[in-house]
Design a protein around this ligand. Structure first.
Ligand code: ATP
Ligand code: MG
Length: 235
């Protein structure tokens, strides 16, 4: 369970996240939606202990990330722009993360299989396509077999096949009773993937609830998104 309460984060004069509160439930895919600069990545970075909040809390299973006893076994994360050293082979990248977190080596093979990269495991990451790199990022997030997945823009730049793979994967993950939170600004994609949505604009939550409730009265999620975020861009 993810609980964000009255979270605020400033960068100098810029308020990136402004008094944000929401919870994310297990067994569902929750989309974290908002235009560029809305505060999605900032919120997720604070949740994952990579940034300090100026106010409020972001808790995973009731604890701050840095207080988790087994962080990788609790929450798997894929962050925008984070990636392995290009010279590394995929299998070495995953083995290094596994060993530094006391995760058995056989789990590396398992996650490579799960994301469909077994045959490319010994290739250097610099030769990977964007889709393969995203799959590798998801494999790393899955190493600890976590109950919670947090993914920042996991389908950014993927082709339709890659997008469908991520969508099906996340839906199955949530269907097994786990918690999935993913950010995106791709509304049509989110309409097919998420059960619940949290919409953020200008650092503030403008809607939160089942997708059906948010789109009610609008022809599409995209139309609802523009109605909710209209004129409230974050940059
Ligand atoms: N390290 C930083 N230093 C200064 N300003 C920052 C920093 N990180 C984010 N910001 C600012 O905070 C605001 C929110 O940024 P954030 O990256 O959280 O948005 P986002 O919703 O993830 O956007 P995108 O869809 O473009 O990824 C933006 O105005 C951004 O310029
Ligand atoms: Mg972002």
């Amino acid at each position: 369970m993810i609980e964000v309460s009255r979270l605020s984060k400033r960068y100098g004069q810029k308020v990136a996240v402004n008094d944000v509160s929401f919870t994310v439930e297990p067994g569902r895919v929750t989309g974290f939606l908002g235009p560029n600069g809305a505060g999605k990545s900032t919120t997720l970075r604070v949740l994952l202990g990579l940034d300090h909040p100026d106010g409020g809390t972001a808790l995973i299973d009731g604890r701050r990330y840095r207080d988790l006893r087994h962080p990788l076994r609790t929450v798997g994360a894929l962050l925008d722009g984070a990636g392995p050293v290009p010279e590394r082979r995929a299998i070495d990248h995953l083995t290094w993360i596994a060993q530094s977190n006391r995760i058995p080596r056989r789990r590396v093979r398992e996650v490579l299989e799960l994301v469909g990269l077994s045959d490319a495991a010994r290739q250097r990451v610099k030769g990977y396509s964007l889709g393969m790199a995203q799959r590798l990022g998801i494999a790393a997030a899955l190493l600890g077999d976590p109950e919670i997945l947090v993914l920042d823009e996991p389908v950014n730049g993927l082709d339709p096949d890659g997008i469908r793979w991520v969508r099906n994967f996340l839906r199955e993950y949530a269907a097994s009773g786990r918690t999935v939170l993913l950010s995106s600004h791709l509304m049509t994609e989110m309409a097919d993937t998420a059960d619940d949505a949290i919409v953020i604009a200008g650092g503030r939550i403008v809607a939160h609830g089942p997708l059906g409730d948010i789109t009610a009265g609008h022809p599409s999620l995209e139309a609802a998104f523009f109605a909710l975020t209209g004129g409230r861009v974050g940059w």
